[in-house]
Design a protein around this ligand. Structure first.
Ligand code: HEC
Length: 165
């Protein structure tokens, strides 16, 4: 029994080492294709700066939708922020800063609750907490010169945040 196992092992080693084996050549080719596709996927991913710019826009729209009590739009905007945070998570292999991303989840949760409850006073507090945490993460990652603030003017002029009732 043992000798059968050993000879099977030897045979597989011989097959594996043989350069002329068509399967081995095919496998090597496929592996090379996988490697090149993986490289392309990494190249096609948006950079962290792009993801952050998208978050910045949704952060501003979130403020104006909620303070105008357009709660459906506010729910949409916090959803978009969550999606972008997920996109940021996928960059963890190339960006060590992503290790500090989880600090943003408690304020995101707080905001979600205030939107669900249509609680404007609560929303204002939670939004301050969110903005503070954006900056906390920037500070942690030596990006303290990029300061996020509560928006003071509409981020776009072609969208209506206050719906007539
Ligand atoms: C991982 C922690 C982290 C969190 C949380 C975070 N950021 Fe960032 N942010 C970064 C890093 C790192 C950069 C630098 C990216 C780069 O090198 O391109 C950045 C860059 C930015 C930029 C600059 C993009 C540009 O091109 O001008 C903006 C704007 C920004 N963040 C907004 C925000 C907002 C708004 C929040 C909160 C809702 C937030 N960030 C939360 C880490 C974070």
């Amino acid at each position: 029994m043992r000798s059968i196992v050993i000879s099977a092992l030897l045979l597989s080693v011989v097959i594996g080492c043989s350069d002329s084996d068509p399967n081995a050549t095919k496998l090597a080719k496929l592996q090379a294709e996988i490697d090149s596709l993986n490289k392309k996927i990494v190249q096609l991913q948006p950079g962290l700066g792009e993801v952050m710019s998208a978050i910045q826009m949704h952060h501003a729209k979130l403020w104006f939708s909620a303070t105008n009590e357009n709660w459906k739009l506010a729910a949409f905007e916090i959803g978009e922020i969550k999606e972008q945070l997920e996109a940021a998570e996928h960059l963890a292999s190339t960006r060590p800063e992503i290790a500090s991303l989880p600090m943003i989840y408690p304020p995101v949760d707080s905001i979600t609750h205030t939107i669900d409850a249509h609680d404007l006073a609560g929303f204002r507090g939670a939004f301050e907490y969110l903005t503070y945490t954006c900056n906390k993460c920037h500070e942690t990652n030596k990006f303290e010169f990029n300061v996020i603030a509560i928006p003071t003017a509409l981020p776009v002029v072609n969208q209506i945040f206050k719906l007539s009732k």
